[in-house]
Design a protein around this ligand. Structure first.
Ligand code: ZN
Length: 152
């Protein structure tokens, strides 16, 4: 799956993205997770199936992902499962918001960029507007999962 986008990305970022694509993290299904959603990007054919498991204190305990699609969407999903572990739901939404701004070329605080960790490697995608949907798919799916699993 080496398309033009991978050639254009900075080498360091490219390696990290392809590493997550080839060896995705946290691919076990979490049937007991409180928050679940499936996302689809018709422009690229990307599929994302996310489960978010939250402990009694409201901290994200684990995120599971199964999906298929391009390297950008699947690497983004893998990175998401790692970075959200240990965060509160509020922090998860804030991380998603910071990533969206990063891809749109809007202002992102240095502390926010640090909090994004590996996810920051996807910032080169902003030069390919059509692929921004690929990178954001897991994040919009995660936001939907949190909405749908809301109590009360
Ligand atoms: Zn894609």
């Amino acid at each position: 799956m080496h398309g033009p986008i991978e050639q254009e990305l900075d080498e360091l970022y490219r390696e990290l993205i392809l590493d997550h694509y080839r060896r995705p993290r946290n691919t076990d299904l979490l049937p007991d997770a409180q928050h679940k959603a499936e996302g689809f990007n018709p422009f690229c054919g990307d599929q994302v199936n996310l489960q978010v498991m939250v402990d009694a204190g409201g901290t994200i305990e684990a995120v599971g992902h199964q999906g298929k699609g391009c390297s950008i969407s699947q690497a983004s999903a893998s990175m998401l499962t790692e970075i959200l572990k240990g965060k509160s739901l509020e922090e998860a939404r804030a991380t998603s918001d910071a990533f969206r701004r990063l891809l749109r070329g809007e202002e992102v605080e240095e502390s926010e960029l640090n909090a994004l960790g590996d996810v920051g490697a996807l910032q080169g995608v902003r030069r390919f507007p059509i692929r921004i949907k690929c990178a954001l798919l897991p994040w919009t799916t995660m936001e939907e999962a949190l909405e749908q699993g809301k109590q009360g």
